[in-house]
Ligand binder design. Structure first.
Ligand SMILES: [Zn+2]
Length: 367
């Protein structure tokens, strides 16, 4: 379900001769997206399954016969079926424009014409729509390699150490998101959650480094540098969101966009879409982001905005897997009240601690 359905902008797109409406929504003009990412368009062009459920489905021409036959929806065996087979998985057509790709314990659900997918029930945003090609519905090559493969192979993270670097977003002169009526600044919540998480992880014998321990501004490039100097096994940047649409709410997690792929809040590959040091961990970044997002949504029972990809500056130069978490919207009246309570922030920290602890290597490899 689209959490931010207000004021939709309708775009008419011609695809394979089939006119389909894709509804674009104003979702995330989060300040740090503009600051940390070269991706020029902060507004989402992702259509939701609910919206696309009413789309007209492409219909194959029916050969003329003497007896009337029902119209047959064209779903050739190529496309996603072949892509699944290449990874030792099985694709199933569930009807109503929904497909499933299964392998072992993982199931990725796809919707025809949509960028919204679901991995074991957690929303994952595709780089490009799951669309009709010459061999039937298929994922783009970019999604085959960077979404389907890590989604169903559940790659090992292979972390180099048990050192965790936490990055409380913003600080000092840069408040991040602001809720004026509650007098709450994002930078303060980011630091509060990070300090709670530090305590939980250290209680389990994990070495934790924060990019800032108080209210000061740390340049973006210094944040990944601190992680690299610390021999970090994992890097987590902690933020809270805001949007012009005051109905937008929920949790989303970002992994670095793979080289040449489209970021989640864009509709095409922009400039600066090449290879960065952090792209050495594309598969691990996906898996880490998925684990964090999945557990947060389960534990906090907030709207699942999905695992997304963006070229945030704090993620680009990492020499370890990393993720940026948006823990809730300060621009949403009720959610702001919630995130402003220590109880909720402790739950956030506990959920993040569980994801991190489950991902760290065994004690024997401790550095
Ligand atoms: Zn932020």
């Amino acid at each position: 379900m689209n959490p931010a359905p207000r004021k939709p902008i309708r775009l008419l797109i011609l695809l394979a001769g089939v006119a389909s409406f894709i509804v674009s929504c104003q979702t995330i003009p989060d300040p740090e997206i503009a600051e940390e990412s070269p991706d020029p368009e902060p507004e989402s062009t992702v259509a939701t399954p609910a919206e696309l459920g009413t789309e007209p489905k492409p219909v194959a021409p029916v050969a003329p016969t003497k007896e009337p036959k029902p119209k047959i929806v064209r779903k050739p065996a190529g496309g996603i079926a072949n892509q699944a087979e290449r990874l030792g998985a099985v694709a199933k057509d569930l009807g109503d424009g929904v497909w499933q790709v299964e392998k072992a314990s993982r199931t990725l659900e796809l919707r025809e014409g949509s960028r919204n997918a679901s991995l074991d029930g957690t929303v994952v945003i595709l780089h490009e729509p799951f669309d009709l090609g010459k061999d039937g519905f298929a994922l783009s090559e970019s999604d085959f390699e960077n979404t389907l493969r890590p989604a169903i192979e559940a790659p090992s993270l292979k972390l180099r150490s048990r050192v965790v670097v936490l990055d409380p977003g913003h600080g000092g002169a840069e408040p991040g998101s602001v809720n004026q009526s509650l007098n709450v600044l994002e930078k303060d919540l980011n630091l509060d959650v990070s300090l709670r998480l530090q305590e939980l992880l250290e209680a389990k014998g994990v070495k934790v480094v924060l990019t800032r321990y108080n209210d000061r501004l740390v340049p973006l490039e210094d944040r990944s540098e601190i992680a690299n100097r610390s021999n970090a096994g994992l890097f987590i940047s902690i933020h809270f969101n805001s949007a012009r649409n005051i109905e937008a709410s929920g949790i989303e997690t970002f992994a670095l966009t793979p080289a040449g792929a489209v970021s989640s809040n864009d509709s095409q590959v922009g400039e600066g879409s090449g290879q960065f040091p952090g792209n050495a961990f594309d598969a691990a970044n996906f898996e880490l982001g998925f684990r964090i997002q999945s557990r947060l949504v389960d534990d906090l029972q907030r709207i699942d905005r999905g695992l997304k990809r963006a070229r945030f500056k704090v993620l680009k130069d990492l020499e370890c897997p990393g993720a940026l978490v948006e823990c809730g919207f300060l621009s949403h009246g009720k959610e702001a009240l919630l995130v402003n309570t220590p109880v909720y922030r402790q739950k956030l920290a506990e959920s993040l601690a569980e994801s991190i602890l489950a991902s760290l290597p065994e004690e024997a490899n401790k550095t």
